[in-house]
Design a protein around this ligand. Structure first.
Ligand code: ZN
Length: 258
């Protein structure tokens, strides 16, 4: 990154984000994937010590963390300073083995979007027994992330019955709860997929991977999300958690129009 880009990314964008904070209508969402003991990589693998430094910040500054079923309350789902939804994509084993006890000890709630076809079948992912234990703890919420981890951007190319209906039924059978939260695999989505999923009423909330303001279609909230990278130092993490980067997509579109 050259100097000008650095200044824009680390100073200008968070400044505009702070000024525009009232445009954040819904609770801020951050997300991780795998948490590893060894070397991290981008936002796909965060090193455990880096991750703990982020969570220590959340705990020591008194942030309220929310589980998916907390979001059924209008008050909870509203944007608030020091309020955050922490999500993990896919259902990696480390979401249980590396962090469950730690998050419990800190009383930090988190959520996992399950790539349902991998759960209990792929050794790198959690099992249903682990998911049940986490669910029963009251600390961890679960959402859907399709059955085969396919792009849902163009729904005409997707086996909707398998990726949505079957995936939801399996979560319901294994955990006893209907998932109301859905995360797009790879972050790929389109206006059409949002419209279709919103009117199908399969879910109450859809999550993209774009740094953007969240909004509503019919009764469905489309959440923008903030990825958290392995190289995020705590002072940058703080700006992301506070929602200053949700202006990102809006600024990007404006710049492209010029
Ligand atoms: Zn995924």
């Amino acid at each position: 990154m050259n100097q000008l880009k650095k200044i824009i990314h680390f100073n200008v964008i968070p400044f505009i984000g702070r000024v525009c904070l009232s445009n954040n209508k819904y609770c801020n969402v951050i997300y991780y994937h795998d948490i590893v003991k060894g070397e991290g990589f981008s936002y796909m693998r965060a090193n455990i010590d880096v991750f703990k430094s982020h969570m220590d910040f959340i705990a020591s500054y008194g942030y309220k963390t929310l589980k998916f079923d907390d979001l059924n309350s209008d008050d909870n789902v509203k944007f608030g300073k020091k309020k955050v939804i922490i999500a993990f994509d896919d259902g990696w084993l480390s979401n249980y083995s590396e962090i469950f006890e730690y998050m419990k000890s800190k009383n930090i709630k988190y959520n996992i979007f399950l790539a349902v076809g991998e759960i209990g079948k792929n050794k790198d992912y959690i099992t249903w027994d682990m998911a049940r234990e986490m669910h029963e703890s009251g600390i961890v919420g679960f959402g859907a992330h399709t059955y085969s981890h396919v792009s849902m951007e163009d729904l005409s190319k997707v086996d909707y019955n398998l990726e949505v209906n079957t995936a939801n039924e399996i979560i319901m059978k294994e955990l006893g709860v209907q998932p109301f939260d859905f995360c797009y695999p790879f972050g790929y989505f389109s206006d059409e997929s949002n419209e279709y999923l919103a009117q199908s009423s399969s879910y109450r909330r859809l999550y993209t991977s774009e740094w953007m303001y969240s909004y509503k279609i019919s009764n469905t909230i489309i959440f923008g999300r903030n990825k958290i990278g392995n190289d995020y130092l705590v002072n940058f993490f703080e700006k992301v958690v506070n929602g200053y980067y949700n202006v990102h997509t809006m600024l990007h579109r404006h710049i492209k129009k010029l």
